[in-house]
Design a protein around this ligand. Structure first.
Ligand SMILES: Cc1cc2nc3c(=O)[nH]c(=O)nc-3n(C[C@H](O)[C@H](O)[C@H](O)COP(=O)(O)OP(=O)(O)OC[C@H]3O[C@@H](n4cnc5c(N)ncnc54)[C@H](O)[C@@H]3O)c2cc1C
Length: 190
């Protein structure tokens, strides 16, 4: 049983997975590897003068895996409520998790199939998004959404930040107090 399962490993999903795994939660990213970010040439990602989308995606997944997140390449076809959380049904396997973060980018077929409330998108070239509250909760308790599918501005730094934000909100709910992940720079320590 995972604590948090994340559908999608683009900037939103991998960033959420990084925060969740680094917080010590059992975390899985299930991703069909169709991220729009692979097509991006990024000159506007704060702190990185330039990078290409494929590199950003690979490094983002590696960062989350480094802290213990599992990464499975597959498509989630259905999500079913169970007594203790959710069962995620993929092409070949099933996984169980207490919380789910939908980070499916422009793809809304899964969220519509499982009954997440949607609304028309405001971003160019995005048609429909999940109708989430300001913290990222959908209408289904325990299922949250982040990034493009949650209706934020379609820029990598913003979707990544939103993924982190939603993970922090879930971690805060699980832990019962506001979660902060701060490491301290010690220049004299080698
Ligand atoms: C041509 C192009 C150029 C761009 N240029 C820039 C730029 O210069 N600067 C910038 O900031 N942004 C740019 N962007 C936008 C940027 O890529 C997006 O804002 C951001 O990366 C979207 O992140 P995301 O995680 O929400 O979605 P995505 O990166 O699309 O990730 C969604 C992931 O979910 C997976 N998925 C979907 N459904 C399922 C399912 N049922 N089961 C499993 N996995 C699933 C997909 O395969 C995908 O890997 C560009 C986008 C495009 C298309």
């Amino acid at each position: 049983m995972y604590d948090i399962a994340i559908i999608g490993a683009g900037p939103a999903g991998a960033s959420a997975a990084l925060f969740a795994a680094k917080a010590g939660k059992r975390t899985i990213m299930i991703d069909s590897d169709k991220t729009m970010t692979r097509r991006a040439m990024l000159w506007n990602y704060y702190g990185i003068p330039e990078t290409v989308g494929p590199d950003l995606v690979v490094v983002g997944i590696q960062q989350a895996v480094k802290y213990g997140a599992d990464h499975v390449k597959s498509t989630v076809e259905d999500i079913v409520k169970t007594d203790s959380g959710f069962r995620l049904i993929t092409e070949r396997e099933e996984f169980e998790a207490k919380y789910v973060i939908l980070a499916t980018g422009a793809a809304t077929d899964l969220i519509e199939r499982i009954g997440v409330d949607t609304k028309p998108a405001t971003e160019p070239r995005i048609k429909t998004v999940a109708d989430v509250d300001p913290d990222g909760r959908t209408n289904i308790e325990g299922i949250w959404a982040a990034g493009t599918v949650a209706g934020v501005s379609v820029h990598a730094i913003i979707t990544a930040a939103n993924g982190a934000n939603v993970a922090i909100n879930i971690l805060s709910e699980i832990n019962g107090e506001r979660y902060v992940d701060h490491d301290i720079y010690k220049p004299d320590v080698k």
